[in-house]
Design a protein around this ligand. Structure first.
Ligand SMILES: Nc1nc2c(ncn2[C@@H]2O[C@H](COP(=O)(O)OP(=O)(O)OP(=O)(O)O)[C@@H](O)[C@H]2O)c(=O)[nH]1
Ligand SMILES: [Zn+2]
Length: 202
């Protein structure tokens, strides 16, 4: 797999706008959209939006090693594929800052150790809670697992619907985008890719 551009914390903490500046930006957007940010219903909206953004984009505050560093080596000699399928996520497309949501399937073939299963879901959330493209997110999850766990192989599949295609623009409801990333044994073996795909999609 080629090296990927990481989008983790590209802005230094000292260069980030203050809470007040973020709220002021929301007030400006409300005015730009045509409403009055000083009317009662919108008074607290900038504060709520900033709070929601903190949560929705909390992935910038976490690095993959924060969730992947703990592993287990006592697995009774298990060395077959480990697959967690159907990990739901919500993210935001970096082009429109509109949500896209779907499910991720992640598999790896262990070399020496295995990962706590919840960490695969934490890894998905870590990348989903940033401004993303689906392709970048797919590659980042695969790369993080490959680099931290050093397994024999990694496979990632994401199926998602992009609201920027459903709510606006071309307005196509229900179109699903499917992306995959394979590394190690999965990259080399079409039959392993097929087995992963079959198991992942049930
Ligand atoms: N490859 C990729 N494209 C995405 C993703 N999310 C949104 N897009 C696309 O990003 C593109 C941006 O295209 P532009 O022509 O710059 O923007 P636009 O005028 O808003 O495009 P339309 O959506 O066609 O109206 C659109 O085609 C979106 O469908 C993603 O995760 N991956
Ligand atoms: Zn978009």
């Amino acid at each position: 797999m080629d090296a990927i551009v990481t989008n983790a914390c590209p802005v230094a903490a000292s260069e980030r706008p203050t809470q007040h500046q973020a709220e002021e930006a929301v007030r400006k957007l409300i005015r730009w959209a045509g409403d009055d940010p000083s009317r009662e219903g919108l008074l607290d909206t900038p504060k709520r939006v900033a709070k929601a953004y903190r949560e929705l984009f909390s992935g910038y505050a976490t690095e993959p090693q924060d969730v992947l560093s703990k592993t287990f080596s006592e697995v009774g000699g298990y060395n077959e594929m480990v697959l967690v399928r159907g990990i739901e996520f919500h993210s935001h497309c970096e082009h429109h800052m509109v949500p896209f949501h779907g499910i991720a399937h992640i598999a790896y073939i262990p070399e020496q150790c295995v990962l706590g299963l919840s960490k695969m879901a934490r890894l998905v959330d870590l990348y989903a809670r940033r401004l993303q493209t689906q392709e970048t997110m797919t590659a980042q999850i695969a790369r993080a697992l490959e680099e931290s766990l050093r397994p024999k192989g990694v496979a990632v599949m994401i199926e998602a619907e992009h609201m920027c295609m459903a709510m606006r623009g071309i307005r196509k409801q229900g179109a699903k985008t499917l992306t995959t990333a394979f590394a190690g044994l999965f990259e080399a073996s079409v039959s392993d890719q097929a087995r992963f795909t079959m198991l992942a999609r049930g």
